[in-house]
Each structure stands twice: as C-alpha cells, then as structure tokens.
Design a binder for this molecule. Sequence first.
Ligand code: ADP
Ligand code: DP6
Ligand code: CO
Length: 328
Amino acid sequence: MQAYTARAHTNIALLKYWGKANEQLIIPTTSSISLTLDEFYTDTTVVFDQHLNEDAVFLNDAPLTGKGYKKITDFLDIVRQLAGISTKAHVQSTNHVPTAAGLASSASAFSALAGAASKAAGLDLSLADLSRLARRGSGSASRSIYGGFVEWERGTDDTTSVAHPLQEVVDWDIQLLTVIINDQPKKVDSRGGMQHALQTSPFYQNWVDATNAATVDMKTAIENHDFQKIGSLAEQNALQMHATNMTATPPFTYLTDNSWAVIQLAAQLRSKGIEVYATMDAGPNVKLISHISDYHEIVLALQSVLPDVETVAATPGPGLVVVAGDEI
Ligand code: ADP
Ligand code: DP6
Ligand code: CO
C-alpha cells in the first residue's frame, strides 16, 4: 500500500480546552479558540503493511512503547474501522517541537497522524472529518487541521464536536513569543491534569462559565484585529484554567517560579506601554502574545529577568498538508 506523509503545526489556545464531557469520544466541556503556529510542527509518515503482526511506531527515531504506543494503536484502530481494513501500520513521526512539555506536541502529532493514516488507509476525508478524527487522538489536535485562528466547537456528539477556521490568513502584526522554561516532559499529562481539575476543583464550573462568556468576545476581537482584547481575554482565560489546577484536591500546578517571573514581566511591560500578554498550557513554558515589532524590546527585558532563557518567535502558521510518499 502507498505511504503518505503529513505535516501539521501546533496550535496554542487563546481560550482553552480543559476538561472532557465525554472521555471516550473526547467531547470537551467548552468550545476553545486557538492560533496555529509556524515554528512548531510534526512530520508523520504512515504505511499499512500486510507483513506486520502489530503496529510499529517510531517517535524521533526511537520505538514508542507503553501508554504512548497504546494511544497510537487505539487511534489507528479508529482509522482501520473507518476504512474497513485490519492491516497493521508502520508509523514514523518526528516532532519539531519539544514532546509533552506544554507546547502542544499532541496537537500537531494527532493532526499529522489523522492526515497520513487516513490517506494511507485509502480514505479521502474532508477537513471537517479530519478534524473529528484528529480529536479522537487528542482534543487540541482537532484545531491543528487548520491554519490561523481556529475555533473548536464543543458540540454534543462525534459529528458536532469539530473545529473550523475563523481567520486562516493572518496578515496583521501578532506573534507568540515562546519562552522555553523547561523543554522536558511534564509529570502530569494534559489528559490526567484536566480530568483531575474537572473532578475535584470547586472552581471548575466557574471556569466553564467564564470560558463560555468569553467566546463571543474573543471571536469579535479576532475579526476586528483587536490585539489588546485578544491578549487580555487570553491571559485571563489561561490564569482561570491554571486556577482550577491550584484548587484541585490535591492541588497541583504546571507553573514554576520562572513562569510567574515571565507573567509578571508581561504586566510590567504593559505598564510601560508595550502590548504583551501571557498564556500558559499544561507545562511551565509561557507564550507571550505580542507584536512582532516589539520582539527586541521584549527579549531584552526577558534577559534581565532570566539571563539565559531560550525564546522562539512564532507567527501564525498553516493547516495540515498531506503528500504521497515518505518525503515532505
Ligand atoms: P503536549 O503539551 O506536548 O501536547 P500532552 O500531555 O498533551 O503534551 O501529550 C503528550 C503526549 O502526546 C506524549 O506523551 C505522546 O504520548 C504523545 N505524542 C506527542 N507527540 C507525538 C508524536 N509525534 N507521535 C506520537 N505520539 C506523540
Ligand atoms: C492546556 O489536547 O493535549 O493545551 O485531549 O487529553 O489529548 P487530550 O489533551 P490535550 O489538551 C490540551 C490542553 C491545553 C489547552 C488547549 O490546547 O486548548
Ligand atoms: Co497536548
């Protein structure tokens, strides 16, 4: 059978997905809105091979085992079921993003896998169906099918819980300056973290209500290129999400002292008239929503707080690309 290779970029949520209404189908408790990034992506090649007795999965040239392997074989089972085949697959994936560090590797990974595996299995899915499929691997992956600003509508079932683009071409001045505080895998994965917050934080419902209330405002702000509104809504939503973790039983947090130093720096810069807002996911790394034109000033300020910290300036990136063969 023909091999296919896909490239999908990561996306960072401006309004977060943090909790599942249906764990098996990955239906979220809220809609979420994200920006796909150009600098971080995953390349994945899939071929279904009659000679294999089990799926062979390689991530960054090392065989994937355990829980990570099971996530991929479970996902391939969904693809096989859709295609009406039982053949096992060879999967080779390369992350151009730190894995499991809160930089959305699962989003680019399962978006790329949905694209490559569905084509390799002989399916020809629409972008909406690819989004639904990617969602089954990792919720945030539903949004990485598209470039630019994307909304994943919560929905109520497999058909209605799907992402769609809000603004695919972003031709105005916005960047996500990623401050790499720790690129090593986190201890509590996103899946476990959000489940724990949902089940035990008395503030969880407040977070759902606040996210729902912010959704229309965020969409209007994106439409109007209203940078300040996008940034302030995003920062507030991120802090509200992290508050559900800190108020869980037992409490936990992904944020470190250095994360807080960067969050505080963003506030200081704002007081000096530089528009910069912070958002954080399931990891200590902070993404600074800022203007490309302020890059040097922000990096200089960062160096005074965290001298050797690595930064990656990411701008809006494209949607999923799938090609025949094993090169992209
Ligand atoms: P992140 O913040 O990076 O999205 P998650 O906890 O959501 O972290 O997901 C990380 C997990 O996603 C990894 O432990 C691994 O199981 C899976 N993953 C990430 N990238 C890949 C990949 N390219 N191929 C297969 N699985 C991947
Ligand atoms: C904080 O999509 O990684 O990045 O669906 O369990 O795989 P699973 O979780 P995942 O969660 C992402 C959480 C987040 C917010 C977001 O991307 O919306
Ligand atoms: Co993830």
